[in-house]
Design a protein around this ligand. Structure first.
Ligand code: SAH
Ligand code: SF4
Ligand code: F3S
Length: 447
């Protein structure tokens, strides 16, 4: 193999995709490829795609169009579409963009080398059949040297009526506690300080693994996993996402309260504050249950940050039902909320319902919700004023080279003056002097 071949990966979508891209980058490097800063100078261009909403999917087609054009003058260019659009569209993508060499679903990410070799042998390849995800033998090329993602469960067995994820990510597959701990130990040895454990529905962890306890419970729950990995040498902070209100347990909150490395931050999407809409979404809980979960969290971990996702303009959502979402947000006061207007997705039940709302209604509701979110986040930030917070320094402030930035244990972005060379990867006690809705500024306290 020649050594000067270059690859570029553009990643869309969620943390799962980012983690998959890091593993695929590792495979490219193993194969002797070099990283190219721009897709336009790469010999292999890979788009790792997202289809959660229509605008995410459309973005991919516009990027792809440019490279397909480039291929007309550079026939040796190899074009790959990976990720969730690849899984959703499969062969249809080849008809839409005949210049494509490889279409590969998310379950095939670890097979990239094998698939590329088929392409280099002259084939056009589509890999979207469901498979058992082979335990990761590659070394990811991680973007950060300080924080890392570790998958604990792939896929999702829920059937929320708006969501493509189960179609494109397949059935749940948990990694074993041993494999997860081994990956974390390696990260600890390499100097990583913070690890985020990932799953679409992390509370489902373990239910597909063999074995059960004498009382009939699964042998491995996510809470058990936290107890199994919380003390990996070198790893100072552990985060996890995403929690599902339907399966969320009090034991998990207790573990978080008890284990010093597990950070005081819960990301628990509620999607809607209205019981009828929650039912139509097939979420399997009520807003009352959601509120009880938050009460429990605030009982055991009073200062915990709470974030969530919400959708406005779900089919049939009335103004009064939307106001129930506003009310929930007003009552709980989230530290952060990811909001989105409902987008009908292919292959999902809700997309076929006749009660679709107009774009005007959806964007009006989105704006009103976002306004409230910013106001509540600013209120939540107030509690940091004057406090000393532990910051893990990750990088320079891109807007002010005299400052470094990092996060509190509760995940608030924080800036303070200092040099990155000395501070990167260290935990610094910082007195918070300025608070904004979604970030803080402070001055370091010398210990
Ligand atoms: N597994 C997580 C979320 C995965 S998708 C969970 O169960 O909450 C990330 C977020 O995208 C979802 O929480 C939801 O708020 C949003 N989302 C998913 N499908 C959507 C759609 N069709 N339209 C708008 N937002 C959507
Ligand atoms: Fe989608 Fe629901 Fe699964 Fe989350 S739990 S990934 S929203 S189907
Ligand atoms: Fe998007 Fe796939 Fe993640 S659809 S949000 S990249 S699971």
């Amino acid at each position: 193999m020649t050594v000067d071949r270059r690859y570029h990966i553009t990643t869309f979508g969620c943390q799962m995709n980012k983690a998959d891209s890091e593993r695929m980058a590792g495979i490219f490097e193993d194969m002797g490829f070099l990283w190219s800063e721009t897709p336009d100078e790469a010999d292999v261009v890979l788009y790792n795609t997202c289809t959660i909403r229509d605008n995410a999917e459309q973005k991919v087609y516009s990027y792809l169009g440019r490279q397909a054009k480039r291929k007309q003058s550079e026939p040796n260019l190899t074009l790959v579409v990976a990720g969730c659009v690849a899984q959703q569209e499969g062969e249809a993508l080849l008809r839409r963009v005949p210049e494509l060499d490889l279409v590969m679903g998310p379950q095939h990410a670890n097979r990239l080398q094998d698939l590329l070799e088929q392409v280099f042998a002259g084939n056009q390849v589509v890999a979207t059949e469901p498979i058992h995800i082979v335990e990761d033998i590659t070394k990811p090329r991680r973007d950060s040297k300080i924080t890392a993602w570790v998958n604990v469960i792939y896929g999702c067995n829920e059937r929320c009526t708006y969501c493509v994820v189960p179609n494109v990510r397949g059935l749940e597959q948990s990694r074993t506690p041993e494999a997860i701990r081994a990956e974390m130990e390696e990260l600890g040895r390499q100097g990583y300080k913070e690890i985020t454990l990932l799953g679409q529905n992390i509370d489902a962890y373990g239910r597909d693994l063999p074995g059960s306890k004498p009382d009939g419970r699964h042998l491995h729950t996510f809470t058990d996993l936290l107890y199994h990995v919380h003390d990996v040498p070198g790893v100072e902070r552990i985060r996890f996402a995403t929690s599902h209100p339907r399966y969320f347990t009090e034991r998990l909150i207790q573990a978080c309260a008890e284990l010093p490395t597990v950070c005081e931050h819960f990301h628990i999407p509620f999607q809607s504050g209205d019981n009828e809409i929650l039912k139509a979404m097939r979420r399997g809980y009520t807003h009352e249950r959601y509120r009880r979960i938050i009460d429990k969290i605030r009982h055991y971990v009073p200062d915990a940050a709470i974030s969530a996702d919400a959708i406005v303009g779900f089919p049939g959502e009335t103004e009064a039902q939307f106001e129930n979402t506003l009310k929930l947000v007003d009552d709980i006061g989230f530290d952060q909320l990811n909001t989105a207007a409902y987008s009908p997705r292919p292959g999902t039940p809700a997309a076929l319902w006749e009660s679709q709302l107009s774009e005007e209604v959806k964007s009006d509701r989105l704006q009103r919700l976002n306004h409230l979110v910013a106001q509540k986040a600013a209120e939540r930030s107030q509690r940091y004023a004057g406090r000393i917070e532990q910051i893990l320094v990750e990088d320079q402030n891109p807007k002010n080279p005299k400052q470094v930035m990092g996060r509190t244990r509760s995940n608030r972005l924080t800036f303070f003056e200092g040099g990155l060379a000395v501070l990167k990867g260290t935990l610094v006690d910082v007195e918070i002097t300025e608070v904004r809705a979604f970030s803080l500024t402070g001055i370091p306290k010398s210990n």
